[in-house]
Design a protein around this ligand. Structure first.
Ligand SMILES: CC/C=C\C/C=C\C[C@@H](O)/C=C/C=C/C=C\[C@@H](O)CCCC(=O)O
Ligand SMILES: [Zn+2]
Length: 634
């Protein structure tokens, strides 16, 4: 966004609504009083800026997008037109600024007449601004364009990289700043658009989008979509493949290649119950249907909350529903993230912290308190590991992302620290009271994009007034603006882990053999707790004993295999190296492969092994997984 927007935001802040970030020690009230002085502060000016968009929605805002696109699997190019309906916020505005990355623009017209435009210089992680002179008449313009075969937000898979091996596959991943690599638009989560699309594909393939999908549509290579609710650009998504559909409930179903359709529908059969349970606690589901699209294993994330159609990694199909918290998470985003959205990537914790909090709650409702406690402890340990390894600045919920690529800063902080913060409030005021607050919050900000400040102002007006004895402004500021886990924060506990601790200690002390540990009734979470809390240094004999007794190298649960393989790498346990190689070359989910590559890169032989696996896997990895790992082997 242009600097002008910052100034406007600060004038607004003198009011004060949103966009400014008070210093950690300030209270919101002080921040409000101080808003006028902030106008003179360059640093504060920068802090209110969406650093990750060139666009100028404070002058001209795009309201609706109509796409007509051709998906070409021979050239790996998406091409066609984007028609943007805009509205002038500033009546004197003469230009519309859009975000692009590696797009070829062939024409821009309005009312059949060409418009002048300039495509600016591309910068590191921002792409290039596209500045268009607005037409004298009308509020709509059409851009003819084509994507690059290397578009950062698109992955093209050959038939060999799919489950069916017969047809190619394409999927997009727009969060955080990759929508601009397949559509020219105002790529800031502050801007919400409705959209419609016509997608042309090879006839034998089906296209699906983050919009209304018709499972019974004729497979004729031309598909029409409509998203009537305004969504931020990072939620625009497209998938194309040899897809089938299977219903799971009245409002839920799954799209997948036929090879995994039944397994996915079985694994995720509780989705409908999750949807009903979440509505009961947090208010009506606003998006009509909730379906899942199961992607090939190269999908770089666990899931992506694309509205009406979450994109899901197949790595969570474990056969025993042990990893389905991912579905609860993506579903929860229908409230936190998709209905109430972070206004900038600095505010990501508003999306992910609330969603992670809801995830735990949904899991507890559907699978019980015992599972909730186990998942909460594992989440807390992930958070602690990040707090131990990250720079202090990166442990702050309202993180400073100036000049940084959001993809490089991804961590558990907005997720687990955000959720823990909310759990503390819940514990202080009572669960039912907090649920009522959340329901009100989702309603109050429905279909809006908000900053951390707007959240704080809302909190000030609601919970802080209602519960002055239980909550304080200082404590809330500490959670949001200071690093680490605040002292006195809730610490999740699970009784189910006590026997695991005991088994591990007894084995490490030589009191029992691994073969004598009674693991028959262990849950996946107990296995993870056992493995994640073993000492880093283990001897080859110890690893061999564990493996022989517990069958770890053979584990088909991708999370358990990951935790085991971390020990394999750290201790260079040779019998499991073929399994490690296979794992790295068949899975592209960054959360599962990056820690292994990072660990491999620490030794010479590990580096050689990792480089070989990475080079072999690279053609099948998503651009984001390549970007996240290539640095280990340069
Ligand atoms: C502290 C980070 C602050 C800002 C980063 C902003 C955006 C992060 C961006 O790079 C993209 C994130 C996409 C996430 C999608 C899904 C995740 O929930 C997946 C989590 C990992 C996994 O389960 O595989
Ligand atoms: Zn999420």
């Amino acid at each position: 966004m242009t600097p002008t927007k910052t100034l406007l935001a600060l004038f607004a802040a003198a009011g004060l609504t949103a966009c400014s970030q008070p210093a950690p020690e300030q209270t919101v009230t002080e921040a409000q009083h101080g808003a006028k002085e902030m106008l003179n502060s360059h640093a504060e000016m920068l802090a209110s800026h969406d650093y990750h968009s060139f666009s100028n929605p404070e002058q001209v805002v795009v309201k609706h997008l109509a796409l007509d696109l051709n998906v070409n699997f021979d050239t790996n190019i998406i091409s066609g037109s984007a028609t943007l309906d805009f509205s002038k916020v500033d009546p004197a505005a003469e230009q519309l600024v859009l975000d692009t990355r590696d797009l070829t623009i062939s024409s821009i017209t309005a009312n059949g007449q060409p418009l002048n435009y300039t495509l600016g210089e591309a910068s590191d992680h921002m792409g290039a601004p596209l500045t268009i002179d607005l037409p004298a008449e009308g509020t709509s313009l059409t851009i003819e364009y084509a994507t690059s075969p290397d578009a950062s937000g698109v992955q093209w898979l050959t038939p060999a990289q799919t489950a069916g091996k017969e047809h190619p596959f394409l999927f997009t991943q727009a969060q955080a700043t990759h929508a601009r690599s397949f559509v020219p638009l105002q790529d800031s989560p502050q801007v919400r658009v409705t959209y419609e699309a016509t997608i042309h594909t090879p006839k034998e393939l089906l296209a699906v989008m983050s919009a209304a999908n018709d499972p019974n549509t004729a497979r004729d290579g031309e598909y029409h979509f409509n998203m009537p609710q305004p969504i931020p650009s990072y939620l625009i998504a497209l998938g194309v493949g040899d897809l089938q559909f299977k219903p799971m409930g009245e409002r839920t179903g799954v799209y997948a290649e036929s090879a995994m359709l039944d397994a996915a529908a079985k694994e995720f059969e509780d989705t409908e119950s999750m949807l009903i349970a979440t509505e009961k606690r947090y208010g009506p589901y606003s998006w009509d249907r909730y379906d899942l699209l199961i992607l090939p294993p190269s999908f770089p994330f666990g899931g992506m909350e694309n509205p009406r159609l979450s994109f899901i990694t197949p790595t969570v199909i474990a056969g025993d529903k042990s990893l389905v918290s991912l579905i609860a998470h993506e579903l929860a985003h229908s409230w936190s993230g998709n209905t109430v959205t972070n206004a900038t990537w600095r505010d990501l914790w508003l999306n992910e912290g609330f969603t992670t909090y809801l995830t735990y709650r949904i899991m507890e409702i559907i699978y019980g308190e015992d599972r909730f406690n186990q998942e909460a402890v594992l989440g807390y340990q992930d958070l602690q590991a990040d707090v131990d390894s990250l720079e202090e600045g990166d442990e702050i919920l309202a993180i400073d992302l100036r000049g940084r690529d959001p993809d490089d800063v991804f961590s558990n902080i907005p997720y687990e620290k955000g959720a823990l913060f909310l759990r503390e409030i819940e514990q202080k005021i009572g669960r039912d009271n907090f649920d009522a607050f959340l329901m009100g919050y989702f309603k109050h900000f429905a279909f809006q994009s908000i900053t951390t400040d707007e959240f704080l102002t809302y909190l000030q007006e609601t919970l802080l007034k209602q519960y002055p004895e239980q909550l304080s402004q200082e404590r809330i500021q500490q959670w949001i603006f200071t690093p680490g886990i605040p002292e006195g924060a809730p610490v999740p506990q699970s009784d189910a882990f006590a026997i695991v601790d005991q088994a591990r200690n007894n084995w490490l002390n030589g009191e029992v053999m691994a073969a004598d540990i009674d693991t028959k009734a262990w849950t996946t979470h107990q296995w993870l707790f056992f493995l994640n809390n073993l000492p880093e240094q283990l001897s080859a004999e110890q690893l061999a004993e564990l493996d022989a007794a517990l069958g770890l190298t053979k584990s088909t649960n991708n999370e358990i295999a990951h935790s085991w393989l971390m020990h394999v790498v750290r201790n260079w346990y040779e019998p499991a190296l073929p399994r490690l190689y296979d794992y790295l070359t068949h899975i592209g989910r960054n959360k599962l492969v990056k820690p292994l590559y990072r660990e491999l890169a620490k030794t010479e032989k590990g580096k050689a092994f990792g480089k070989k696996a990475f080079e072999e896997a690279k053609p099948g990895y998503h651009p984001l997984t390549v970007k996240a790992n290539e640095g280990f082997f340069e």
